[in-house]
Design a protein around this ligand. Structure first.
Ligand code: AHR
Length: 502
């Protein structure tokens, strides 16, 4: 049987915030060093930025880029990363048992964003692990104050006369996680987040602040953590963060393909928790969600590696360099669909991470850069998923999964652009059979299929590698039709689909 849904412009979820297509650069492994920054690389510019990587980042269409961590930020001294590069200290990075050279820091990050383009916006995390309010204020003043004070003049002396104008700030990272330097209870963190937020707003009322939510839905403290943190900080922050990573466990691919079921439930539970606190406080203010780390990550492999071969403080080691298959890309696309389906409340999201470290872009030191399979769904969603998300209620055949029970085979969303064009994003979770799709278009002046692009492969484990960097790319599906207001398509087994209607 076919999967079906109807689209009607009168029924919409909300506007897509461009920040939904953010990403994340952490000082971790080779994300910064030999990822985006490699002086001496044949494509490096005068700042040591790899221009081959910059071109791919532009093509990917990322907007907001979170920096400098991640777990790294909880031990970071931002002062180490400013001023003359030769004078910057080498430090132990306890989070990733590496040596941090600090050759890349705040000024380099801001210059990097500028080179990506005008839509690339900073999202800066402050260290609330080993540090606190004073250091967050120092960083804010160094970065954003125009001049005339010791810290702002230090920035000017370091070569940046214009303030950076960083608006969006993360108040720490994963402070609920026992692995985090300076791990805190919800009450301790909530209090610190509120104090830091109030102080930062005293310097500038217009900053936008993200409080740490849970590091994952399966954390023991999940939901209680959000409720307690927000009870302390509701009036002072704008966002609460969510982090989620998915991987195939014990060969259970059917459950893996349904990972977005968990992601959607996570989002809805955090929305409910925020609104519950708002109701208790009799507040008309709404806290939005910053899904500032999401991806497919074979975390269990990393944990095994970390447990069996502890790192001996190397510089820029190969860490978390997951290679993504077609299956991973289909799940990844489904995670994008989950974010879009909740665009009314998820207004910031960061794909973790951008280069080399669980990333859509890979590089070889001194060598080429290439697109992983996950590159394509992100680039397509960022390009065509702008506008208003329409309400999609699917009527779909289902399959049974061990992790989530009965799950629809179709996962879909649709976005209507300002020009009236509509793009349907759809995943067929069926590993073996094609899925016929029928969409009835009501009140939409659409007459033709502009493009149906699919990512699917006879080999579910196919991937792009250094030796075969273009093994997997999306292909056109020529058989899709739109007649008498009905879109008809056949979605290939285990596929990610982008159907553009004009
Ligand atoms: O993205 C990798 C790591 O995952 C981040 O440093 C941390 O915040 C999360 O646990």
């Amino acid at each position: 049987p076919a999967a079906r849904f109807a689209l009607d412009p009168a029924f919409a979820v909300g506007e897509v915030d461009p920040r939904l297509f953010g990403s994340f650069v952490e000082h971790l492994g080779r994300c910064v060093y030999t990822g985006i920054h490699e002086p001496g690389h044949p494509t490096a510019d005068e700042a040591g930025l790899r221009t081959d990587v910059l071109a791919l980042i532009r093509e990917l269409g990322v907007t907001t880029i979170r920096y400098p961590g991640g777990n790294f930020v909880s031990g970071y001294r931002w002062e180490d990363g400013v001023g003359p590069v030769e004078q910057r200290p080498r430090r132990l990075d306890l989070a990733w048992r590496s040596t941090e050279t600090n050759r890349f820091g705040l000024a380099e990050y801001m210059a990097f964003l500028k080179k990506i383009g005008p839509h690339a916006e900073p999202m800066m995390a402050v260290n609330l692990g080993t540090r606190g309010v004073a250091e967050a204020l120092d960083l804010q003043e160094y970065a954003n104050h125009p001049g005339g004070t010791e810290l702002s003049e230090r920035r000017v002396a370091h070569g940046d006369k214009e303030p950076y104008g960083i608006r969006l700030w993360c108040l720490g990272n994963e402070m609920d996680g026992p692995w985090q330097l300076g791990h805190k209870t919800a009450r301790e963190y909530g209090r610190l987040a509120a104090e830091t937020a109030r102080a930062m707003r005293q310097m500038d009322r217009d900053v936008e602040l993200v409080a740490c939510g849970s590091s994952g839905r399966s954390m023991e403290t999940f939901a209680e953590w959000e409720a307690t943190v927000l009870a302390e900080a509701y009036d002072d922050v704008d966002y609460i963060s969510l982090h989620a990573y998915y991987e195939e466990r014990d060969g259970d691919r059917d459950s893996f393909l349904a990972s977005a079921v968990d992601m959607e439930a996570f989002i809805e539970e955090v929305v409910a928790t925020c609104d519950h606190v708002g109701a208790r406080l009799k507040s008309s203010k709404r806290i939005n969600l910053s899904f500032d780390e999401w991806n497919v990550w074979y975390l269990s492999r990393y944990q095994h590696q970390a447990a069996t071969q502890p790192l001996d403080w190397p510089e820029a080691p190969r860490l978390l360099e997951d290679s993504y298959s077609v299956t991973d890309a289909v799940v990844f696309g489904s995670l994008l669909i989950a974010l879009l389906r909740h665009a009314d409340r998820v207004t910031v999201a960061c794909l973790a991470q951008l280069v080399n470290v669980i990333a859509p872009i890979m590089t070889e030191p001194g060598g080429p850069a290439w697109r992983q399979t996950t590159f394509f769904p992100f680039a397509q969603a960022s390009r065509h998923g702008r506008g208003r998300v329409l309400d999609v209620r699917v009527d779909s055949p289902t399959y049974t999964t061990a992790a989530y029970g009965e799950v629809p085979l179709l996962h879909a969303t649709a976005v209507r652009g300002d020009d009236g064009a509509v793009t349907v994003f759809a995943v067929n979770r069926d590993r073996h059979a094609p899925l016929p799709l029928e969409v009835s278009l009501r009140g939409l002046d659409l007459t033709r299929v502009v493009e149906h692009s699919a990512l699917a492969d006879a080999d579910p484990d196919a991937r792009n590698t250094l030796d075969d960097p273009e093994r997997v790319t999306p292909h056109a599906v020529p058989t899709t039709t739109l007649t008498d207001g009905v879109l008809r398509a056949v979605l290939e087994p285990m596929s990610w689909n982008v159907i553009r209607l004009g």
